[in-house]
Design a protein around this ligand. Structure first.
Ligand SMILES: Nc1nc2c(c(=O)[nH]1)N[C@H]1C(S)=C(S)[C@@H](COP(=O)(O)OP(=O)(O)OC[C@H]3O[C@@H](n4cnc5c(=O)[nH]c(N)nc54)[C@H](O)[C@@H]3O)O[C@H]1N2
Ligand SMILES: Nc1nc2c(c(=O)[nH]1)N[C@H]1C(S)=C(S)[C@@H](COP(=O)(O)OP(=O)(O)OC[C@H]3O[C@@H](n4cnc5c(=O)[nH]c(N)nc54)[C@H](O)[C@@H]3O)O[C@H]1N2
Ligand code: SF4
Ligand SMILES: [Mo]
Length: 716
């Protein structure tokens, strides 16, 4: 019987939850047994596109290593226990810590999949509030704090981040992003490859600035190497050129922008000639690109992880926004634009005064005095908070959707610190490098089993769309959704009598958000989305300023004092700069289409084939160090060392080495059989918890100085 006539087959439509592209999927299954996963051509946004990771949703769904029942550590063993016992015991243990040491002795870490799961996203805050702790960490501080910081300073709200309108751009300048591998970030753009090609087909150009000739750089019309961590100097010089050559023209935004003179004065000393020794970008090239960017009516300058996770992340994001504004490319079609999402997570409450978002430095971390931002502390100080004795020492940790041992700087130190906690609880589907330290692991349903509305990614999408995914199958007995876990813990911790417990279903919040959101007048609701399982298109991005600004005076300050003050750090670098010694190389990391941060290496379909966890280095450096491709090399930094095979390639800049992040599955005690066979080494055993963008608190993962040597003699 052909599949088409097989009546036992059911079709399920949903959005993929694995990355920010939120591609529509068509899943066929027989009573919950997945038969196939393909793209959904009827999804108006992704138009049938998927990548190889989507197919691995089946592997996660069927994975024997995935946890299905709560696990409790008993001595050195693990015991499966039932949910009632697990939730009661977890709440009791956390309450004990809170009673003895105070709420701030309990830390919380939320990892990346939190934003891919509206259940977790909406229910975790209630749980954290019930704990009463302010010791909150997330993956944001090893990722996008600078984006939020600049959005807050310039536009009044950390979520008011512009996205590149690539469907209408004729010039797309990409700094520190590799969307062909990552499928885009702070830019939800399914099938970015076709959209990139479309720019070229209409006569436009794509230019990539990256220390590696990436998959995106290879598709681009031009690629320039830049020395890691020096983007701020390129951006300062581009701004300087705009002013010096009278190319400044903010157009419609002129009337609402203040302090352009202060910006001009601040950048005056950073000429292309002055910064070239640092960036390695020729002054002529910098001038040419600046003129092309300013002179193309529809152009977008977009920066992502590479410019955010570095020493000057905050300044980079300020200047990227300013370069778009100064050239009339902010809030204009084809430039950097703001979305009008169906659920507007940054709308002011009705009747409330215009929000002045001020959640910065209201308190500091206990040990090294790091500033809070958006209610979070930089995760780079998690280990020291747990290790350092004294009042307020971290005694307990709850992790959800995260693997900080592999994803945060100096993972080895954190690894050790976690084993010293009084109690650790992980809400996670795997026993991995982090959760192996837990006393309890609470595994929720995941992926195709859950309901989801992409609250974050619709806010960052290059088109206004809305889509709701239902669970593929009804949940079976003895399983819980993430939100049920957090709601159950919240109720237990808040001391509400059991007979008064009422779990708040996130579906209700989503429905309210839709029905009272910007599209309320079109009748948008959860029911309507349920009736349109392929999603609803709400049109292209529209210009929205000044209406959408959240600044108190409804204006944009082009030269906020915090950024001007932080320029002092760039002046020091410019004055003292000495090129790194011959044996000092700068480390950066990379993503691959078939990796997803640290957690999908248990899917055989993704990890089979050639070992991807290699150290890329340039032939000149390799020759000097006597290293050849395939040879094992030892890489050392201030904090640690790792060994992995070398990959000698001209695609990396001389003086730079590159490793993927998310590997290093060789710690004992995990229960991920496939992952262990593809262990690799963790780049974050080299990155330095003391190396950060001191302005925003974001970890500096790019540009870490390392030394490399061959460990295996080469016989020819
Ligand atoms: N396949 C896949 N997709 C993913 C993920 C994944 O792990 N795998 N992760 C998801 C997540 S969590 C995120 S945040 C996004 C990230 O999405 P992207 O930002 O596109 O991520 P990367 O591929 O890491 O690209 C960062 C680029 O910055 C470059 N770079 C490093 N240092 C510097 C520097 O100092 N200056 C400049 N100019 N460039 C530099 C790197 O060489 C790299 O090409 O991807 C998401 N999508
Ligand atoms: N050197 C270096 N370090 C980096 C980066 C880099 O480019 N270079 N990138 C950084 C970035 S951008 C990010 S976002 C972070 C990511 O860092 P993290 O968020 O800490 O790590 P992930 O690898 O995404 O881990 C996801 C975890 O969630 C679990 N999980 C998956 N689905 C579910 C679910 O539905 N529910 C629950 N409860 N758990 C689930 C997985 O088992 C896994 O343990 O890494 C950062 N670290
Ligand atoms: S690009 Fe991202 S959202 Fe699309 S199928 Fe691949 S992992 Fe899923
Ligand atoms: Mo990320």
């Amino acid at each position: 019987m052909s599949a088409r006539n097989d009546e036992s087959l059911q079709t399920h439509y949903r959005a993929c939850n694995l990355c920010e592209a939120i591609c529509g999927l068509t899943i066929t299954h027989r009573n919950g047994e997945i038969v196939s996963i393909a793209g959904d051509p009827a999804d108006p946004f992704s138009r049938g596109h998927i990548c190889p990771k989507a197919v691995a949703l089946k592997d996660i769904y069927d994975d024997k290593d995935r946890l299905r029942r709560p696990m409790k550590r008993v001595g050195t063993d693990w015991q499966e226990i039932d949910w009632e016992q697990a939730l009661d015991e977890v709440a009791d243990r956390l309450r004990q810590v809170r009673d003895t040491y105070g709420p701030n002795a309990i830390g919380v870490y939320a990892g990346n999949p939190t934003v891919h799961n509206s259940g977790s996203f909406l229910s975790m805050p209630g749980f954290v509030k019930a704990l009463g702790t302010r010791t909150v960490f997330s993956a944001s501080s090893v990722d996008q704090f600078p984006h939020h910081f600049a959005a807050w300073q310039l536009f009044g709200h950390p979520l008011l981040m512009p996205v590149p309108d690539i469907d209408h751009a004729d010039f797309w300048l990409i700094m520190g992003g590799n969307p062909i591998a990552s499928n885009g970030s702070i830019m939800t753009a399914p099938d970015v490859s076709t959209r990139l090609r479309a720019i070229q087909q209409r006569g436009g150009r794509v230019v990539v600035i990256d220390p590696r000739r990436t998959e995106t750089a290879q598709r681009a019309d031009e690629h320039q190497f830049i020395r890691p961590g020096t983007d701020v100097f390129m951006l300062l010089a581009m701004t300087q050129v705009l002013f010096a050559e009278n190319l400044v023209n903010p157009g419609r935004l002129s009337g609402i922008t203040d302090n352009l003179d202060a910006l001009r004065d601040a950048v005056a000393g950073y000429t292309p000639e002055r910064v070239a020794a640092l960036t390695k970008i020729e002054p002529d090239t910098l001038r040419r690109l600046t003129r092309e960017f300013a002179g193309t009516p529809r152009a977008a300058l977009y920066g992502r992880v590479g410019v955010s996770t570095q020493e000057f992340g905050g300044l980079c994001l300020w200047l990227i926004n300013m370069l778009n504004l100064l050239t009339g490319h902010l809030d204009e079609p084809g430039g950097m634009m703001f979305t009008s999402p169906a659920i507007d997570s940054l709308a002011s409450r009705p009747g409330a005064a215009r929000s002045v978002y001020n959640k910065f430095n209201r308190f500091q971390s206990r040990v090294s005095g790091k500033a809070e931002f958006m209610g979070e502390l930089p995760v780079a100080c998690l280990a020291e908070e747990a290790e350092t004795p004294g009042d307020g020492q971290l005694r307990a940790l709850v992790t959800s959707c995260g693997n900080p041992v592999l994803s945060t700087p100096n993972g080895r130190r954190l690894d050790k610190a976690l084993s010293g906690l009084d109690v650790m609880v992980s809400v996670d589907i795997y026993m991995n490098e982090t959760t192996r330290h837990a006393d309890y692991i609470l595994p929720p349903l995941t992926g195709v089993e859950t309901a989801n509305y992409d609250l974050t990614f619709h806010v960052l999408a290059i088109r206004n769309t809305a889509r709701y995914s239902e669970p593929m199958v009804p949940k079976s007995a003895g399983t819980l959704y993430d939100w049920e876990i957090f709601e159950n813990l919240r109720l237990r911790l808040s001391g509400i009598p059991r007979d008064e417990w009422k779990l708040q279903n996130p579906a209700k919040t989503i429905d309210m958000g839709l029905r009272f959101g910007p599209y309320a007048n079109t009748g948008l609701s959860l029911d309507q989305l349920r009736e349109n399982p392929h999603g609803i298109d709400l049109g292209p991005l529209q210009s929205q300023l000044p209406g959408r600004l959240q600044t108190p005076d409804n204006r944009i300050n082009a030269a906020p004092a915090v950024f001007l003050a932080d320029l002092e750090r760039t002046r020091r670098v410019l004055d003292r700069h000495v090129p790194a010694g011959d044996d000092q190389l700068l480390l950066i990391s990379r993503r691959h289409l078939r990796d997803n941060n640290s957690w999908m290496h248990n899917a055989h379909v993704l990890v089979k084939g050639r070992n991807r966890c290699t150290l890329m280095l340039h032939p000149d450096d390799a020759a000097r160090l006597g290293i050849i491709t395939g040879q094992t090399v030892r890489v050392r930094s201030r904090v640690g060392e790792v060994e992995l095979p070398a990959d000698v390639t001209p695609d990396i800049m001389p003086g730079v080495v590159c490793m993927p992040h998310g590997y290093g599955h060789n710690r004992p005690g995990t229960r991920m059989n496939t992952a262990r066979q593809h262990a690799g080494a963790s780049v974050n055993d080299l990155t330095d918890e003391a190396f950060a963008d001191v302005l925003t608190g974001n970890a500096a993962l790019s540009g870490v100085p390392v030394r490399v040597e061959g460990v295996m003699p080469v016989y020819s």
